[in-house]
Write a protein that binds this ligand. Structure first.
Ligand SMILES: NC(=O)c1ccc[n+]([C@@H]2O[C@H](COP(=O)([O-])OP(=O)(O)OC[C@H]3O[C@@H](n4cnc5c(N)ncnc54)[C@H](OP(=O)(O)O)[C@@H]3O)[C@@H](O)[C@H]2O)c1
Length: 328
């Protein structure tokens, strides 16, 4: 099978498109033919081995070189074969999943417990936009943020992969949502259900004069003391991401915010999608919302498999709203 293999830390141009053996599903695993995948900041963080501080932490990054040969964590595709003991899926089923790596390939094996059926009304392309970004928005709002109907929610980073799902999900949970993004993306964010969109180029959202019950901090551009100005006294700030850097960011931003969060009255909490539990059940929840027409993936750019390195570079540039999707 064809796969993009990463032999050293580096940029998208260092990925090598090569032929490797197709894996066979072990007990409890499913072999999936990848039909579409997408790019998340997580992928290029792992690709570059940055922030470098992450190389020192136990996990996926690796100390001297990448721990995983094939990047890519979002998957939409078709079940090709099942290993012994698999009960939920059979060949031909359309599935989606969030995995730690391996999606930038024609095939991969996935534990049955991580897979969910694709929503009946989406293409592979649309389904591949969902796993990482929509799960993050769902967990951030519902589980970490404990959103309630009628609440006022502010999404900082509303036009990106996570943000476009977050604005729609806030509305689906009965809350009101405002968004922060660049002026060029304001109309998109409004079309997703935001009441007010704050242009980050001309206005400081922390001085907008409004108070929110919940703030989803996806862009991570301001520190906790400034964000507190827009939180109600019992409000919650959910930390999701931050500006990327070579050595420390966004990890430094998140750790600093967690430390500062201990000193303030409002709740400051962290969302971690990659290690979060209940992935299959949460994907089913998202699939149902999509089937009911209450959630719709926003695709900002599409690429064929042969141009996958360009797709990663363009996602990293920050110019593309919504999700960057690759079809195979
Ligand atoms: N905690 C987790 O488990 C988890 C999971 C997924 C993602 N993340 C993190 O969440 C962040 C966003 O992920 P994503 O997939 O949504 O990325 P994305 O698609 O690249 O979106 C980034 C967003 O930030 C905005 N932005 C960029 N530069 C900005 C700046 N200087 N000031 C204010 N806003 C800026 C962008 O739009 P505008 O230019 O329109 O403002 C966009 O809305 C990343 O840091 C990622 O690593 C964390």
């Amino acid at each position: 099978m064809k796969a993009y293999v990463q032999r050293t830390f580096g940029g998208p141009g260092d990925l090598e498109l090569t032929d490797i053996p197709t894996p066979a599903p072990a007990a409890g695993e499913v072999l999936v033919r990848v039909r579409a995948t997408s790019v998340n900041p997580y992928d290029w963080h792992l690709l570059r081995g940055e922030p470098r501080v992450a190389r020192l932490m136990p996990g996926l990054v690796g100390l001297r070189g990448p721990k995983s040969a094939i990047p890519g964590c979002d998957l939409a595709g078709q079940v090709e074969a099942t290993g012994p003991g698999v009960t939920q899926f059979r060949p031909g089923d359309d599935v989606l999943a969030l995995v730690s790596h391996g999606c930038y390939a024609e095939y991969l094996t996935v534990p049955e417990a991580l897979l969910a059926r694709m929503p009946g009304n989406t293409s592979y392309e649309q389904a591949a936009a969902v796993p990482m970004a929509a799960l993050t928005a769902l967990i951030g709002l519902r589980d970490t943020g404990r959103v309630e109907p009628g609440q006022q929610v502010l999404v900082n980073g509303a036009s990106g992969g996570v943000g476009t799902f977050a604005v729609q999900l806030a509305r689906a949970f009965g809350a009101r949502a405002d968004g922060v993004c660049r002026a060029a993306n304001a109309e998109l964010v409004r079309s997703l259900g935001a009441d007010t969109v704050i242009d980050r180029g001309t206005a400081d959202f922390t001085r907008c004069g409004k108070r929110y019950d919940l703030m989803l901090d996806i862009a991570g551009t301001r520190q906790v003391p400034a964000c507190r100005r827009v939180l109600s006294p019992a409000g919650t700030m959910v930390l999701i991401g931050g500006p990327a850097g070579r050595w420390l960011q966004p990890a430094g931003h998140v750790f600093a915010a967690m430390a500062m969060g201990r000193l303030v009255r409002q709740r400051v909490a962290l969302t971690d999608t990659v290690t979060g539990p209940d992935r299959q059940e949460n994907l089913r929840t998202l699939a149902k919302l999509i089937e009911d027409g209450r959630l719709s993936p926003v695709i900002g750019a599409r690429y064929p498999f042969a141009r996958l390195p360009q797709a990663i570079a363009d996602q990293e540039s920050g110019r593309i709203p919504g999700k960057v999707v690759i079809t195979l």
